[in-house]
Design a protein. Structure first.
Length: 230
């Protein structure tokens, strides 16, 4: 097979894999949006709104920040359709089967890992520096969940004191992907290794309650004023 044809075929497969990955990430995050509405007495419309905000929110913030217009779900409405279908299916399933609370955390961890990688790759594809790419990976990973929690009246996961390596896991995965792309350019396993690192770090933190130290400065002890002798 000629080298040019082989390169084009590899590029086509890589682009197809990324497209499927993006839709899978949208579906997973839409599921977390539906599960976050549990106990909020939302109807189907409200659940779909939460799902769309979760699935599309982080990527929308990323595209607007990078100046990419129209944003990804406007240029390709199939992302909206994927999120809506995933939301409706989850809504129906949840009405007949009790889903344990851990499902939300695990699904959210998958969405965090996938969207972080997508954010890094899109930022790099538009010629941004590695620092901006890492930042955009974090924004893409946590942005949808942040909007979801605000709309559902909850403190966002990323701001909760009992959260376990949420944005930190996204940062580690994003930084690893940037390093892998620098030292192993063109290797198809870069995104999988980085996504697996983010996912495993987040799941391990949930399992063993790992978290960063909390800022708790030492309070100054007041020195009692000496008593005046009468």
């Amino acid at each position: 097979m000629p080298w040019g044809v082989r390169c084009r075929r590899i590029g086509f497969v890589s682009n197809a894999m990324q497209y499927v990955l993006e839709h899978f990430a949208c579906a997973v995050c839409a599921v977390t949006g539906v599960l976050a509405g549990k106990g909020k007495r939302l109807d189907l419309f409200g659940v779909i709104v939460l799902a769309l905000a979760t699935a599309l929110g982080g990527g929308t913030i990323r595209d607007l920040t990078l100046g990419v217009t129209p944003v990804f779900w406007i240029s390709d409405p199939h992302y909206v359709q994927t999120a809506v279908v995933a939301a409706v299916v989850t809504f129906v399933v949840a009405r007949f089967w009790v889903l344990p609370p851990a499902v939300l955390l695990v699904a959210d961890a998958f969405g965090l890992a996938l969207f972080t990688i997508i954010g890094v790759e899109k930022a790099l594809a538009h010629g941004n520096s590695p620092t901006i790419a890492i930042l955009m990976g974090i924004v893409t990973g946590v942005g949808g969940g942040l909007i979801r929690d605000v709309l559902s009246g909850e403190i966002p996961l990323v701001f909760r004191k009992e959260i376990y390596l949420y944005a930190t896991a996204a940062f580690c995965g994003a930084a690893l992907l940037v390093l892998l792309n620098a030292f192993l350019p063109g290797w198809s396993g870069n995104r999988m290794v980085a996504a697996a690192t983010t996912l495993l770090l987040r799941l391990a933190a949930i399992r063993w309650k790992l978290r960063l130290p909390v800022f708790n400065p030492r309070e100054e002890t007041e020195t009692p004023e000496p008593k005046s002798e009468s």
